[in-house]
Design a protein. Structure first.
Length: 149
């Protein structure tokens, strides 16, 4: 029953937000975000994971689906294959802002087992940037290619 109620609430909120009946933004000031990767969404880049909006052990994404994992706080974009990654894809700031933090120099490597997970503990973002956009908004860009930041 709880799951059905939660899904119904998600559906209602989604419809109201889509119709413009409610605002889900954090501020009444106008703030718009652009795509953070130089690609055509759905053609040569894709969204793999959305934010987990459920605060408990359940995973529910912003579309009331399951394309997330527990406590995930971002949107993960991916590209078609490793060849394209090696060639390089431009990552773009989603809005004007001030660079707050930068990390570069982390070796590009897929983490595939528990030992490797422990090796990157505290640096799971890898090479990345944090940008403050004002109005309380910050964006974080992770898993960037070594030497590109």
């Amino acid at each position: 029953m709880i799951k059905k109620s939660w899904l119904m609430l998600c559906l209602i909120l989604g419809i109201l937000a889509f119709c413009g009946c409610i605002s889900l933004s954090q501020s009444s000031a106008k703030f718009q975000l652009a795509l953070p990767i130089d690609c055509q969404l759905g053609k040569d880049c894709f969204i793999f994971h959305y934010v987990d909006v459920e605060p408990d052990e359940r995973e529910i994404d912003v579309n009331c689906g399951r394309q997330t994992y527990n406590n995930h706080k971002g949107t993960d974009f991916g590209i078609a294959n490793l060849k394209i990654m090696e060639k390089g894809v431009n990552v773009l700031a989603v809005a004007a802002g001030e660079v707050k933090r930068v990390r570069d120099g982390i070796i590009d490597k897929l983490v595939v087992n528990d030992e490797e997970i422990l090796q990157v503990e505290g640096q799971e973002c890898g090479n990345g940037i944090v940008i403050a956009h004002g109005l309380g908004w910050e964006t974080q860009y992770c898993h960037l290619k070594q030497g590109s930041v």
